[in-house]
Design a protein around this ligand. Structure first.
Ligand SMILES: [Zn+2]
Length: 70
């Protein structure tokens, strides 16, 4: 059974490495433009780091994993 519970996933802010983040929104869709193409994202989960205010976006359908290479 897929586990979508955020509490069970480890995450850390890519900016300050804080492990505390608050949920800002769920199923948020962003639209924008990239190289003359308009896009609309699928529903995203938005978290905000409580320490530095950095916003993190996660695809609901993807594993809840912050970028680790930064
Ligand atoms: Zn942070």
């Amino acid at each position: 059974m897929p586990n979508k519970s955020m509490e069970n996933k480890s995450l850390s802010c890519p900016v300050c490495q804080s492990k505390k983040a608050e949920m800002v929104g769920k199923n948020v869709k962003l639209s924008g433009q990239y190289e003359d193409k308009e896009f609309l994202t699928t529903g995203l989960t938005v978290l905000k780091c409580v320490m530095c205010g950095y916003y993190m976006f996660f695809d609901d359908t993807a594993e809840f994993t912050p970028e680790k290479s930064f």
